[in-house]
Design a protein around this ligand. Structure first.
Ligand code: F6P
Length: 360
């Protein structure tokens, strides 16, 4: 294989640039040219390619852009959510573009939507394609972590520590809404890390009235005279569909016989930015290497996973990484979304087991 292309697609995640860097360095070391696709699958269809390796007398070296951005957040190649690539015609055009540029294999870095695109490109056109999971939501099947999750969690923890400082000054209750689409992973994990008092998850499927009733009772109990609480923190997943500001207002109404103030903070896109943590850089580097090795070994339609959460897949040269077919990864994603995955069941049981502990 003489040329490999790499693209980032969907929501950006800190560590995407480190994954690009890894792909480029591994390829350069093996005498393979790398082209970066600008703007995700949209750019792929339109042939927006930029060289990420520079030829020297001895072979290839990474370009300046690769070196400069490896430790930064976002994606220097740009991203997009492409409607055209969702159609077989769009994918056929993309394949033609890749072949026209002499590309022999493609590495796709992104979340479920991006990996679905990679799967169909590989299945429909036979173009050698390997996926690397990168999304702060941690909702990609089969992998214990996607690139970006750890950095987002660190950002949430830092923000909650700051919120706790001001909350404690006034003995206030705060609703903190975190990202994660339909997944409650960031909310549950951050709740444990920040010693939140409760978590409001998408899967709870309760009415707004029920949430207000139980949460106001929890806040009331937390600030009771026999307790020594300085603040109450309620971690809310964005997929739990009562808006944080509405919830705060309704809680204040339910607590109007007390002096308790309730405030809401929606952390939003702050969680997506920032320099990647050492963990995200580390898994990005290792996933990048395995993705290139998979392409060179003739694999296609597979994704690289970190510490597989399910049995199966293929061994790689890294004991912590396996490759799974993208079809299997996406089937597991589906099972996580509809709650039938044992992984979700386990997480749910853990959360139920600690609900009483969180409130202490
Ligand atoms: O998938 C990553 C994510 O940040 C989700 O957590 C969030 O729901 C969504 O993307 C936000 O998308 P956008 O950046 O298009 O508003």
């Amino acid at each position: 294989m003489e040329t490999i292309a790499v693209l980032t697609s969907g929501g950006d995640a800190p560590g995407m640039n480190a994954a690009i860097r890894a792909v480029v360095k591994v390829c350069a070391a093996r005498g393979i040219r790398v082209l970066g696709v600008e703007g995700g699958y949209e750019g792929l269809i339109d042939g927006k390619m930029t060289p990420l390796t520079r030829p020297t007398r001895k072979g290839f070296v990474p370009t300046r852009a690769v070196q400069d951005h490896g430790n930064t957040g976002g994606t220097f190649l740009g991203s997009a959510r492409s409607k055209r690539f969702m159609t077989p015609e769009g994918r056929a055009e993309a394949e033609q573009t890749l072949r026209g540029f002499g590309v022999g294999g493609l590495v796709v870095i992104g979340g479920n939507g991006s990996l679905t695109g990679a799967r169909y490109l590989s299945e429909e056109t036979g173009f050698p394609t390997v996926g690397i999971p990168a999304t702060i939501d941690n909702d990609v099947g089969c992998t214990a972590s996607a690139i970006g999750v750890d950095t987002a969690l660190n950002t949430i923890v830092e923000a909650c520590d700051r919120i706790s400082d001001t909350a404690a000054a006034f003995k206030r209750a705060f609703i903190v809404e975190v990202m994660g689409r339909h997944s409650g992973y960031l909310a549950t994990t951050a709740a444990v890390a920040t010693a939140a008092d409760a978590v409001l998850l998408p899967s709870h499927d309760r009415s707004a009235d029920e949430v207000v009733e139980t949460t106001s009772a929890l806040i009331r109990a937390a600030f009771a005279a026999d307790r020594d609480k300085s603040r109450v923190l309620i971690m809310k997943a964005e997929g739990m569909d009562v808006p944080a500001s509405l919830l705060a207002r309704r809680l204040e109404e339910a607590l109007e016989d007390t002096e308790i103030d309730v405030r809401a903070t929606v952390l939003g896109h702050v969680q997506r930015g920032g320099a990647p943590s050492s963990f995200d850089r580390m898994i990005a580097g290792r996933m990048g290497l395995i993705a290139v090795e998979a392409l060179l070994a003739g694999q296609s339609g597979v994704g690289v996973v970190w510490q597989a959460t399910v049995e199966g897949g293929n061994e790689t040269s890294d004991p912590q990484l396996r490759t799974f077919s993208l079809a299997d990864i996406l089937a597991e994603t589906e099972a996580m979304n509809d709650g039938t995955s044992p992984v979700v069941e386990w997480r749910k049981q853990r959360m139920e087991a600690i609900q009483g502990v969180l409130a202490l």
